[in-house]
Write a protein that binds this ligand. Sequence first.
Ligand SMILES: [Zn+2]
Ligand SMILES: [Zn+2]
Length: 515
Amino acid sequence: LLHGVTSSGKTVIYIHLIFKALQEHKQVLYLLPEIALTVQITNRLRCVFGNKLGIYHSRYNDEERVEIWQKQLSNEPYEVILGARSAVFLPFQRLGLVIIDEEHENSFKQQDPAPRYHARSVAIVLAQMYGAKTLLGTATPSIESYRNAQLGKYGLVTLSQRYKDIQLPTIEVVDIKDLRRRKLMSGPFSPRLIAAVRDALQRGEQAILFQNRRGFAPMIECRTCGWVPHCPNCDVSLTYHKSMNVLTCHYCGYTERVPEQCPNCESKDIKGRGYGTEKIEDEIMEVFPDARIARMDLDTTRTKNAYERLINDFSAGKTNLLIGTQMVSKGLDFDHVSVVGILNADNMLNYPDFRAYEHAFTMMAQVSGRAGRKGKQGLVILQTKNPELPVIQQVVNNSYTAFYKSQLEERTAFHYPPFFHLIYIYIKHRNNDIVESASMELGSRIREIFGNRVLGPDKPTVARVKTLHIRKIMLKLENGIDYKLAKQYLRSIRDTMMKEKRYGALTIYFDVDPL
Ligand SMILES: [Zn+2]
Ligand SMILES: [Zn+2]
């Protein structure tokens, strides 16, 4: 595990190690999250390794994939494969090194559809099969990987200095609860943030504003009667996208026009609530009318070229103020960003999941890492209603180890990974009554064998998606249990349930080690 702070020069180390492997006539697999597979990194490696380098990702069509597959089986395979998670399934002949960069990234796990696998785990097994070395690299290790290093299962190398002595950014916390009360906020922006961005732009530098919600407003509501439009297929409110003037479901893609008046009380006073990136963009334009603003989120990067263009324009200084979702935190290196604003840390911290703090810490540390380059310390303005939370201080002090310790304490106390293995069992059906009784029966069958390791069935946060009602059963298995046997039991229970005629088209599936 290579734990190196942002800009500590991890890629330089990777290139060096790849060279060594090639000298020994070995092949190398270099895995990156899909989004980080940019032209920049591809060009950089191509410059060094030329036609020894093959690239593999999900945007390739079947023919291109077959071509690479055949080449890997031929007498002259690519020596180095740079790829997204699916590249772990390519054939290798003499694999000697596997690099998993940004190992903390959730996108290494394929969630839907099956096969549900984590490319990091698959890659480690693959490397073992070939007797190859594995290197995990990140500025913010996953709790699981760091614990493996602590237990001595992995070696650990720490780089705590940035490459070429660039300083880590200063992180200032701004209490927006207090400012709101004193009516000192301009929409989502604190006076401190506005001042910092203004200074940066005046000095000819750039700024990034991070908000982890796309669209204009997470929901709209009628100010007279409180009516909120919901998706007809899912149990969620619709997100307002102003530029298209539509309401969209982020789970199934359902879209409708924004109503002129409330269908409930006919009032015309319908307003958005909360801030998405689109609204941030709108409001920052009013504060800085002369800034050259760009927005990077799922909506502005539907095509591959759009994503590259946004990055290139910002790198070249054609734009100087970038607003974005977590996309802006994905290992992009910009030379002139001096200020990063985290608009609302609480969105991430309040998410109902045991990994919420891990995700929040990772995201804040990664996005902060975009600030400050050659000869200039960066500044991060972190806006939150909860400045007293330990996790905020851990981000400010860039203290991964303190964060790790506090997480381990919680995970031990509440029986979560890495101390327990989790399996989520999902039950889906069109009919709510059927899903209810089927999940109750499934729950009690599993409980007969696994006892109090079983929790639920419960309704997940979003209990209906694409017209299917969902229930979730959580299974917590202590380390050292016989997983093969557990798997056999679960499979046979599922198969029995699926054969029950009265449940009709019931879907049951397992998500092992869910993220
Ligand atoms: Zn109304
Ligand atoms: Zn929907």
